[in-house]
Design a protein. Structure first.
Length: 85
């Protein structure tokens, strides 16, 4: 339950706002536990050692083209915001 009434964004296609969300089972129903575990993961040694790979996928030369295909960083055309049938 969004008891703090935080602005969690808008749904696509003008379907309203995001309000109450379901936490994954591993959060044990606790928003604090959800944040704690995500923070621990993001601050982990593994993420520190591999963050540059993610940066290449999102912002770098593996974002599009042949390198994106080799890195399996491709999506169905209809997942892109400006996609047309």
């Amino acid at each position: 339950e969004n008891s703090n009434n935080w602005d969690l964004g808008e749904l696509q296609e003008n379907r309203g706002t995001v309000d109450n969300v379901r936490l994954p089972p591993w959060a044990k129903g606790s928003a604090d536990e959800f944040v704690r575990l995500n923070r621990a993961a993001l601050e982990s040694e593994y993420v520190s050692m591999n963050l540059h790979h993610w940066i290449d996928l999102v912002f770098g030369d593996k974002q599009t083209g042949e390198k994106s295909e080799k890195a399996h960083n491709v999506f169905h055309m209809l997942t892109y915001e400006d996609a047309r049938l």
